[in-house]
Design a protein around this ligand. Structure first.
Ligand code: GLY
Length: 431
């Protein structure tokens, strides 16, 4: 494959993890094999890749930038450009791109579309009903009962889903979604621990990465509001041995085949968000891109060069790729969040740490930071993602918490129980 010029689109912790892995996990700019560019990136990624300004949902602008730098591969991180058709614009211009077409990204962009595909593919998922008129909300709440699962049908950056026992809160969310002009989806609540399985998909070829689990609530013991994700760990010691194979066979491969049948084959990363219930995996949602913050943990264990993997997917040669190599052991990511996250994160506060820690992407990835002088300030709700690895899950967790304690950001907080239920053996599944 040789040296490539690679452009990564996006600006969060996930994109920092992608750029670090594309750099061969080398830690220093230029130490990897490839020439790396990012648009728009963030202050941490700027240490590893040349930064470019870009409106990420503007396909023409992405094509111009990719041509200007003669990119051999463009990797699209977030969902907004995918749903806006940026991958289509790049493909039409003859540029290799990692990320699905607009039509295929609708698996994330429209929850109603995803339900239709799953029904056609025979994939287990929650019962759902779409409502577009506020007068129908009360009847839908009666039909599904608590736990109420109320979703914005469009993209909402992980914040469009409310799961609650409180009927008034469920009703308020449904009305807010409708008032914003989007349909609202009511679903039955799926029992069982959640699994995030990221799969490389190229037509009908499916290659799973390691399974991970996210922690979505803001505070310990799964209390507080839903967030974009407060931490994650991988792999899952409690998942049945054939768990990944079952998710591929029962969920991802049938959906990939259905997308081919519809004439809109999927190419990129398909993220299956599942609940492992009494009958095995059921789909909570699909995403059309790497998950954040699970990716930060998953890529910490990937030994196969990421550039090869993404290039094979983008060029329709995934079936030729050797099986992926993984480091033994576990990886954990813990999110350092700004004061007030998720409702109203405080920004512009100085971040300090011992030594060069803030510039060490093997331990600290930047999610929402800006440069100020020689240092960094907070610039988003999820500010940093701390990585820990180890032979056991407990070691990986301890490593992450030792690192996070060396970082100061006034008012910031983090969950202290990432992976704790798994370590304590509190998660069990039927089969
Ligand atoms: N981990 C949640 C998400 O990426 O949507």
């Amino acid at each position: 494959m040789g040296r490539m010029r690679i452009l990564v689109i996006g600006s969060g912790g996930r994109e920092h993890a992608l750029v670090h892995a594309l750099n061969g996990n080398a830690g220093e700019a230029g130490a990897g094999e490839h020439e790396l560019h990012v648009a728009p990136g963030n202050a941490g990624i700027a240490g590893l890749a040349t930064q470019h300004a870009l409106d990420v949902t503007d396909g023409d602008a992405a094509v111009s930038l990719a041509k200007e730098i003669a990119a051999d591969l463009v990797v699209i991180g977030p969902e907004q450009p995918l749903v806006a058709g940026v991958a289509d614009a790049l493909r039409e211009a003859g540029i290799a791109v990692f990320g699905p077409s607009k039509a295929a990204a609708a698996l994330e962009g429209s929850k109603a579309f995803a339900k239709d595909v799953m029904a056609a593919a025979g994939v287990r998922t929650a019962d759902a009903r779409q409502v577009t008129d506020a007068a129908d909300v009360a009847a839908a709440l009666d039909e599904f009962g608590p736990n109420y699962v109320v979703k914005d049908d469009g993209l909402a950056g992980g914040k469009g889903v409310v799961v609650t026992q409180d009927r008034a809160a469920a009703q308020e969310h449904a009305e807010a979604v409708l008032a914003a002009g989007n349909p609202v989806l009511f679903e039955s609540f799926l029992e069982g621990p959640e699994v995030s399985l990221f799969c490389l998909v190229d037509g009908e070829t499916v290659v799973p990465l390691l399974p991970a689990q996210d922690h979505k609530r803001a505070y310990d013991n799964d209390e507080g509001p839903n967030t974009g994700g407060m931490g994650a760990y991988t792999p899952l010691p409690w998942l049945p041995e054939d768990g990944v194979r079952r998710i591929v066979d029962e969920v991802v491969a049938p959906v990939a085949a259905e997308m081919v049948r519809r004439g809109t084959p999927y190419s990129g990363l398909l993220y299956a968000g599942l609940a492992w219930g009494a009958d095995g995996p059921s789909v909570v949602e699909f995403n059309a891109r790497f998950g954040d913050p699970e990716t930060q943990a998953v890529l910490a264990l990937l030994e196969t060069p990421l550039a090869e993997v993404l290039h094979a997917t983008a060029t329709g040669t995934l079936h030729e790729l050797e099986p992926l190599d993984w480091r033994h052991g576990y990886a954990v990511t813990v999110v350092l969040a700004a004061e007030g996250y998720p409702a109203s994160p405080h920004k512009g506060d100085e971040i300090t740490a011992q030594g060069t820690l803030l510039n060490d992407p093997s331990h600290v990835l930047h999610a929402g930071t800006s440069s100020e002088g020689a240092g960094y300030v907070s610039a988003g709700g999820r500010v940093l993602n701390i990585i820990g690895t180890g032979a056991s899950l407990e070691e990986a967790v301890s490593a992450a918490y030792e690192t996070i304690e060396q970082i100061d950001l006034a008012g910031s907080f983090y969950r202290r129980d990432i992976a704790r239920p798994a370590i304590d053996g509190e998660i069990s599944v039927g089969r």
